[in-house]
Design a protein around this ligand. Structure first.
Ligand SMILES: [Zn+2]
Length: 269
């Protein structure tokens, strides 16, 4: 059943690749080109992420601020409760974190699908009329859809002067919540950092001591995952240099490409 569906997805992905090939970087195109020369196998089978299911969590829903009762409701967060969700941050000019994260996630999804992956997102729209999902659902999402990993995408909102750059967040190992996924999640976090480094996205200047990587135990999204998971604060939306990158489609393409490189690095594909 899964196998047959995987094959169908693979063929669909092959069609997508043809449609999207001109917009892909040469490095992303190369594996498919090599596979195309293999006449014995279906072309789709050569795509590097065929049969891989990936979960993406594109941060806060745009409409969260319109639903204070709903998003403030306490939900399980890993041995304690937290509000269902928050409103997220924005740039000084008002470009919302939710819109940024959704755009980057959509770019990541498109690239992963062109490489043969199946991608599921915790939210599939960016709307002022919607809210959630809550952090507990975001955390459990990857496991619930049979994904091999989950990446949660955010932008930070630090008002400290000169604070810019990305940091990746991995779960602390804490039984019975994250002890089963902590080692692999840290490896995923390091792979994502590698992808961001390779695409010249600057590391955080304001936390993590220049490592671009922190472990936290207070995030429901990380605590409730049953598959390897990492959260990325891709930049600081309050910093004008980061904000310029985040507001531009070229900048968002850099972030998306970096996340895809990180995922491929983690998967060795
Ligand atoms: Zn956020």
């Amino acid at each position: 059943m899964i196998r047959a569906r995987g094959l169908a997805v693979a063929f669909a992905a092959a069609g997508l690749l043809v449609a999207l090939a001109p917009s892909l970087a040469a490095s992303e195109r190369q594996p498919a080109a090599a596979g195309a020369r293999d006449e014995a196998a279906p072309r789709a089978a050569a795509l590097p992420l065929t049969g891989i299911r990936i979960a993406l969590d594109p941060g806060h829903q745009l409409g969260n601020h319109n639903f204070p009762t709903e998003i403030n409701r306490p939900v399980p967060a890993g041995g304690f409760t937290k509000p269902c969700n928050t409103t997220g941050t924005a740039t000084s000019s008002g470009y919302p974190e939710s819109t940024f994260a959704f755009a980057v996630a959509t770019g990541v999804k498109r690239r992963l699908e062109a490489l043969g992956a199946t991608v599921r997102m915790t939210r599939t729209s960016n709307s002022e009329r919607l809210w959630g999902p809550c952090v507990n659902k975001r955390g459990a999402f990857g496991g619930s859809v049979g994904a091999v990993l989950e990446v949660s995408l955010h932008g930070d909102g630090s008002t400290r002067a000169g604070a810019r750059g990305f940091h990746v967040i991995a779960p602390v190992s804490r039984a019975p919540w994250t002890d089963d996924i902590a080692v692999r999640s840290l490896r995923l976090a390091k792979a994502l950092r590698y992808g961001l480094d390779q695409r010249n996205v600057p590391r955080s200047t304001y936390l993590a001591g220049g490592t671009g990587l922190v472990k936290r135990s207070d995030l429901g999204t990380l605590n409730l995952s049953d598959v390897p998971i990492a959260m990325i604060e891709l930049g600081n939306m309050r910093n004008h240099q980061d904000a310029a990158l985040m507001k531009s489609s070229d900048g968002r393409a850099v972030y998306a490409s970096a996340v895809v490189l990180g995922i491929r690095t983690y998967l060795h594909r």
